[in-house]
Write a protein of this length. Structure first.
Length: 566
């Protein structure tokens, strides 16, 4: 029965290794080896319009190819201009072609590769394509994100004491319609108000639709770790289907399924720590589209488009109508995302353990408010979890201590009856009954805690607050690996000490594996963020202390079972 307990623990460890391997395969663009996803549902044909074309509505007859394609401007083109708008938290790059946002630099977040530079989220360059665009579609050639627009003069830097700044683009008259697009940024805010005013300059009513889209290449962001996998790609949220992540490869293969229409939700592009999202007010009808699109970019694996289309409504001659939207571009700070739109906080993805991860994040943030340091907040949170699970851990370690006390008898019994396995099992059960030992008693209390600590792992891995957050001394960034590998070395030593304090398995091969596996597992931690290693180190240290105290109280002096590889 002692072997059964160890077998269960090895199964858990082996299953974890299998999951890690599958994540590694997915991270490198391969199919999962052991757990491929469920059979994908082929996307509806209308989810992918011709390249460069906003998709047509499934409920409205599709316009002809000539009218659906993005038209060239029929009016004299305004000179193309690119310029920057600067607030206290953002440096934005605008293009007068379409009045699009083609660059977004987050001034309060350092670059992952070069910490002396600010982090760039949106960018249109030879290396990257990631932009936010809007425009109109209808039965005639209307202003789109390819239309040359005139930029109205005005300030480009948010002045001291000012709370907001606006940038106004005006399109030429196309198809009897003029589009006036106004971007308004606010102090301290990562969400930008975007007002689209549609002016009917013709002699007949028009009924255009507005599209909002995010376009980016399918490459992983620079500086991403190869030792743990995080999601990069589009996401769609509706109250009907909730939060849906879609892999780039599934878009290319048209193997995805999202709601065609909704009156709520948002579209987003997500990556580790950061996201962008188009937001419309709840109750506004919208169509949702995803497609792989060739936009003529030099960027490899380009590009993918996630899109919302909403009706503007009929506009009479000489009249105008406006559609209000917001664009979020910033860090995944959960408390801020919750205030912007329902479900937007889900871009910070905890996976299937969200129900546990969200309260853990809340507790971690409360501890940070008190302690003022994210590193010490991590330590304090692990201490509180250890206190909460004290009695479970006490039962587990008490069971292990009893097993350790009778281990010499079990070893002698195994040697005596090694050729009589059935009799050996009977004698072992007799000893367990006499000593009132449950060989599974050390396993189940630990298994109950595993989901909680996995959820905490994802909280620390996904929280942007860890970026550039110092702890003590040499640890200046809890989201980056320890520069001197001190924490991983201490974590490795603590794992080996735990192994030494546990009862030595009677089987020599098992005994060797009990020492080899912690060493192999610890190798990964040399490349993990320092905050994650600090969490594991704290957990290991507290477990050792608790195990030592319980063994001593039970009259089983702690002994170090050193390895023998003879």
């Amino acid at each position: 029965m002692n072997d059964i307990r160890r077998t269960i623990l090895w199964v858990i460890f082996g299953f974890s290794m299998v999951l890690l391997w599958d994540k590694w395969q997915l991270h490198n663009g391969r199919n999962a080896t052991f757990f491929p996803g469920p059979a994908a549902v082929t996307a509806k044909a209308d989810a992918a319009a011709p390249a460069g074309t906003p998709a047509a509505s499934a409920s409205v007859p599709a316009p002809s190819a000539a009218t659906a394609a993005v038209p060239a401007s029929a009016a004299p083109a305004a000179p193309r201009e690119r310029f920057e708008v600067v607030t206290d938290v953002l440096r934005l790059g605008f293009d007068s072609e379409g009045g699009s946002l083609v660059r977004a630099e987050l001034l309060q977040h350092a670059d992952m590769v070069d910490g002396k530079k600010s982090f760039v989220l949106l960018d249109e360059s030879a290396q990257r394509t990631y932009v936010a665009q809007t425009g109109l579609i209808g039965t005639a050639a209307l202003p789109t994100h390819k239309t040359a627009m005139a930029v109205q003069p005005g300030p480009r830097t948010l002045a001291d004491g000012a709370s907001e700044l606006s940038v106004r683009f005006e399109s030429p008259d196309l198809g009897g319609v003029k589009l006036v697009k106004t971007w308004t940024v606010r102090r301290g805010a990562y969400d930008i108000a975007v007002r689209h005013e549609v002016v009917n300059t013709g002699t007949a009513p028009v009924d255009p639709r507005l599209y909002l889209q995010l376009v980016r290449d399918g490459n992983k962001p620079a500086g991403e770790s190869s030792f743990y996998s995080t999601f990069t790609g589009p996401a769609v949220f509706t109250q009907e289907k909730k939060y849906q992540k879609i892999e780039f490869k599934d878009i290319k293969n048209k193997k995805f399924e999202i709601p065609a229409e909704s009156t709520n939700g948002y579209i987003a592009m997500v990556q580790h720590y950061f996201a962008s999202a188009w937001l419309l007010p709840d109750g506004v009808k919208r169509e949702l589209r995803l497609e792989a699109a060739d936009i003529g970019s030099a960027t490899p694996d380009c590009c993918y488009r996630v899109q919302m289309i909403t009706p503007v409504g009929e506009v009479a001659p000489g009249q105008s109508k406006a559609v209000e939207a917001r664009l979020f571009i910033g860090p995944q700070v959960e408390t801020q995302l919750e205030q912007l739109a329902p479900g937007l906080e889900l871009v910070k993805d905890y996976g299937w353990l969200t129900i546990l991860a969200k309260p853990l994040y809340w507790l971690l943030s409360q501890l940070h408010k008190v302690l003022g340091n994210w590193g010490w907040a991590i330590v304090a949170l692990v201490v509180l979890l250890k206190i909460a699970f004290y009695w479970l851990n006490a039962k587990a370690y008490a069971s292990m201590a009893k097993m350790k006390a009778i281990n010499p008898r079990i070893t002698e019994l195994r040697e005596r009856y090694k050729d009589k396995p059935q009799q050996m099992q009977q004698e072992m059960m007799r000893i367990y009954r006499e000593e009132k030992v449950n060989p599974m008693g050390g396993c189940f209390p630990i298994m109950i805690q595993i989901p909680v600590f996995i959820a905490l792992y994802w909280v620390l891995l996904s929280s942007v607050e860890m970026r550039n957050a110092p702890w003590i001394g040499w640890v200046h960034d809890l989201s980056a690996p320890d520069p001197f590998f001190i924490l991983p070395l201490l974590m490795t030593l603590s794992s080996l000490l735990q192994t030494a304090l546990n009862p030595a398995p009677p089987d020599p091969m098992q005994a060797k594996m009990m020492w080899i596996m912690p060493l192999m597992f610890s190798v990964m931690f040399f490349f993990f963020p320092a905050g994650l290693v600090l969490y594991w180190l704290t957990n290991n240290t507290l477990s050792i202390v608790q195990q030592w105290i319980i063994n001593t109280r039970m009259g089983v002096p702690p002994q170090f079972n050193l390895p023998s590889f003879k």
